[in-house]
Write a new protein. Structure first.
Length: 286
């Protein structure tokens, strides 16, 4: 992480913890131009609330798009390149794999690889939240506003406990859990399980398992400069290094060596394990 950036990590309120890994954020210090990352596909999703200048992302051919003041990235099949910026300040909500449906009415398949605003997700109430978070005077107030909103959304949504259990099992055991064994553990036939995943997440169990392996391998390689590609790939379920390289090229459109060389020397959004985080006190809820 750049010395020109300040980071924070906050555990979610207990009621949100099964669905949200953490609330976290970055804030620039001084006026240094910060090289922001290329965001790679993964299993979860990130909801960003900007209280400084929103991201600009590449649209190809030298063009760029300015993100909304609050927006969701649900990256599954292609990367998003964020462009360098000076004035950075955001709070992000990191959803666990398969858990967005608890808060958002839009089917999972319609969220994939899109940059959707709070207004797109929740209409006028979402835009009101974005405005209030952006204008809040303290981090504590921003965190309180976001969590209160999410708890209210959680109370309104029905759940599919079988799907949630299956998604969690698959993410946690992506190295060696077969889809047939997963179906057996949650009491469904394989085709029934696949239909549940497609209806809620917009992807198959095989796709989620592959993204979990990919995400965990890349995270290991970025957070540990001494990690070897072959060792990390084998540890997370790839047959060999070539298997990982093919998968990486398919999702990132470049080699892992080239991507990691740049990513290890610039700002990245891979959060460290809780034991290594500098945590701040969570605001009282509600």
């Amino acid at each position: 992480m750049s010395d020109a950036m300040r980071t924070f990590h906050v555990p979610p309120a207990n009621i949100l913890a099964p669905y949200i890994d953490r609330l976290w954020g970055l804030e620039s210090v001084g006026n240094e131009r910060i090289a922001l990352p290329i965001l790679l596909p993964g299993t979860g999703a990130e909801l960003y609330f900007h209280y400084s200048t929103p991201f600009r992302r590449s649209a190809g051919s030298g063009e760029s798009v300015v993100c909304h003041d609050a927006h969701l990235f649900c990256i599954r099949s292609r990367p998003i390149e964020l462009l360098p910026a000076r004035d950075i300040g955001f709070v992000a909500v990191r959803f666990r794999a398969g858990m967005m449906h608890r808060f958002i009415d839009i089917p999972g398949g319609e969220l994939i690889d899109r940059d959707l605003s709070a207004d797109d997700l929740w209409g006028a109430t979402g835009q009101t939240l974005a405005t209030r978070v952006a204008s809040a005077e303290t981090l504590t107030e921003r965190l309180r506003l976001i969590q209160c909103f999410l708890v209210e959304r959680l109370a309104r949504r029905s759940s599919d406990l079988v799907f949630e259990h299956a998604a969690t099992l698959l993410y946690d055991n992506c190295i060696d859990l077969t889809i047939d064994h997963l179906a057996e553990r949650v009491g469904l036939g394989r085709r029934q399980l696949e239909r549940r995943f497609n209806a809620i997440a917009g992807q198959t169990p095989v796709e989620l398992r592959g993204l979990a392996r990919f995400q965990k391998t890349v995270r290991t390689l970025i957070l540990d400069n001494g990690a070897q590609t072959t060792d990390a790939a084998l540890a997370h379920g790839y047959y060999d290094q070539a298997h990982f390289i093919r998968h990486f090229r398919g999702l990132a459109a470049e080699s892992p060596e080239r991507h990691l060389k740049a990513a290890r020397t610039r700002t990245h959004f891979y959060n460290t394990p809780w034991r290594a985080c500098t945590k701040i006190a969570a605001p009282l809820y509600p």
